[in-house]
Design a protein. Structure first.
Length: 280
């Protein structure tokens, strides 16, 4: 039996032939919990149907897409996937899948969806991933990501497993796998539902909305003159402070292109705090 296997719910060569809704995928990337749940449940149902014997007869560990501090969209989807998959497994009298993370120190701030395959490979080579090989021992590993475009992340994880001589049976689970030759299509599906900061404003007001890395980068790259009036003034104090501190934790304050909008965010926090003091 092969050590590494892939499972993709969908395949596509272009936006036009995608068997899923690009807008729903885009909503996932910007923190929509409804989209994350829908997509996670769909993967879980299909994966369990195709691999029930392997799941019921092994001790498995699910690992979300590696991230630094702020969870990425794939991690939110993974939690719903895990909920649904464990429901199937426990109903079938199997042992539940446990959850683990692979910490990652990211070395770049580029919009990954716009990059070529070679550029992606060179950037990922500078990242640092951390495996807890003892925790992996004897487990079937289920690595989860939302989409496979060039396979750069998967290839890097396989390299790390070889370096650490890990022999675990491993599945790479994806919502969709791209089979074309234009990697920048990822940017198109990422932004299918978000064409302006006003679109994000409407999405951020939805129940159970999550803050994601892509959302933060989109905010930091927005027109500063529109950011406050079309987005920040509608956000809660809790949201604004979380946004600001996440910018610090991810190191975005070091990026010159982001300095202006981090200042706008800080001003919005100060303005809210000043308004509250006037009411006291």
């Amino acid at each position: 039996m092969r050590q590494f296997q892939e499972f993709a719910l969908h395949e596509f060569q272009s936006i036009e032939d995608a068997p899923f809704r690009p807008e729903q995928y885009s909503r996932l990337k910007f923190g929509c919990d409804e989209a994350a749940r829908e997509m996670g449940y769909q993967i879980a149902d299909a994966f369990f149907q195709n691999n029930a014997p392997a799941l019921l007869n092994s001790s498995s560990l699910m690992i979300s897409s590696p991230y630094n501090f702020v969870p990425n969209a794939a991690t939110i989807m993974t939690m719903h996937l895990l909920n649904r998959l464990n429901s199937h497994i426990v109903d079938a009298k199997g042992n539940h899948v446990e959850y683990a993370t692979v910490p990652r120190k990211i070395s770049y701030v580029n919009d990954y969806g716009l990059l070529s395959g070679e550029h992606r490979k060179s950037l990922i080579a500078g990242d640092r991933f951390y495996f807890n090989s003892q925790h992996f021992e004897g487990r079937c590993l289920l690595f989860v990501d939302d989409v496979k475009i060039t396979g750069t992340h998967e290839n890097r994880l396989v390299e790390l497993m070889h370096e650490q001589q890990l022999k675990n049976k491993t599945f790479f689970l994806y919502f969709a796998r791209y089979t074309g030759d234009r990697p920048d299509i990822e940017s198109e599906i990422n932004l299918a539902a978000v064409k302006s900061i006003r679109d994000l404003n409407r999405m951020a007001a939805e129940p159970n909305h999550h803050m994601t890395v892509r959302q933060i980068k989109y905010i930091l790259a927005a027109d500063p003159s529109e950011l406050y009036h079309d987005f920040l003034k509608f956000r809660s104090d809790r949201y604004l402070k979380s946004l600001y501190f996440n910018c610090l934790h991810e190191g975005y304050y070091k990026i010159q292109e982001y300095e202006a909008n981090i200042g706008v965010i800080r001003d919005a926090i100060d303005q809210q705090e000043g308004a509250r003091k006037c009411l006291v």
